[in-house]
Design a protein around this ligand. Structure first.
Ligand SMILES: CC(C)(COP(=O)(O)OP(=O)(O)OC[C@H]1O[C@@H](n2cnc3c(N)ncnc32)[C@H](O)[C@@H]1OP(=O)(O)O)[C@@H](O)C(=O)NCCC(=O)NCCS
Length: 177
């Protein structure tokens, strides 16, 4: 039987990008007080998972491409970041993704964040991620074409939609807590 961490890594990599996560990274994040790793299992099978993180002012660099509106959100750290949310295709549309987002928002509040941010991957398949964040009270911000291209080339991970380096756009979302 493959353990929950391995299954979570498989799910994240299958849904978000092959090579994006490793078991080592997930174990490190699980032990890190500034990260929160969740998985949802049906019996022994992991069907969903999320990774969230507390950000500092210096993390603004990553979001700077979304324009000048982002900087004010980073004035008062920590800032909550929804780094990854994935639900296996068979388990979708049952509220699991929304529950994982709510869980992260509760954790951010407990950690004294005033703002949560998310980068929505616009894969062109369903637009589900933008709807997920909008449904959780996030406001949409600017969209950037090819947002992940450089990091997918540098990190050597491949997009499940592009089947290679990721050319997909991304949209910035944020909400007050
Ligand atoms: C995005 C994702 C996590 C949503 O998970 P989920 O468990 O299906 O989400 P929920 O059931 O909580 O649905 C949340 C809302 O999103 C919208 N939504 C989700 N899937 C949708 C679809 N296929 N078509 C239209 N709307 C959809 C709905 O508005 C839904 O609310 P509603 O059911 O009350 O109408 C899931 O589709 C997924 O893993 N996609 C691939 C990976 C990905 O894109 N992750 C996000 C990266 S930023």
């Amino acid at each position: 039987v493959v353990g929950p961490e391995e299954q979570l890594v498989q799910l994240l990599n299958q849904e978000l990008g092959d090579g994006l996560y490793s078991v080592d990274r997930v174990l490190r994040d699980t032990a890190d007080k500034r990260a929160r790793v969740r998985h949802v299992a049906h019996g022994d099978v992991v069907v969903a998972g999320s990774v969230s993180r507390l950000m500092e002012r210096s993390d603004l660099d990553y979001y700077a491409r979304f324009g000048p509106g982002v900087a004010p959100l980073f004035r008062r750290p920590p800032i909550g970041s929804l780094e990854a949310v994935a639900v296996a295709p068979k388990a979708r549309r049952a509220g699991i993704g929304s529950r994982l987002v709510e869980d992260a928002l509760t954790w951010f509040r407990r950690e004294d964040c005033r703002v949560a941010v998310a980068v929505s991957w616009i894969s062109g398949r369903t637009g589900a991620s933008a709807r997920l964040f909008a449904g959780a009270g996030f406001s949409p911000g600017p969209r950037v074409e090819g947002f992940y291209l450089e990091e997918s080339l540098r990190g050597g991970w491949s997009c499940p939609v592009c089947a290679g380096p990721c050319h997909c756009p991304a949209q910035f979302f944020h909400r007050d807590l």
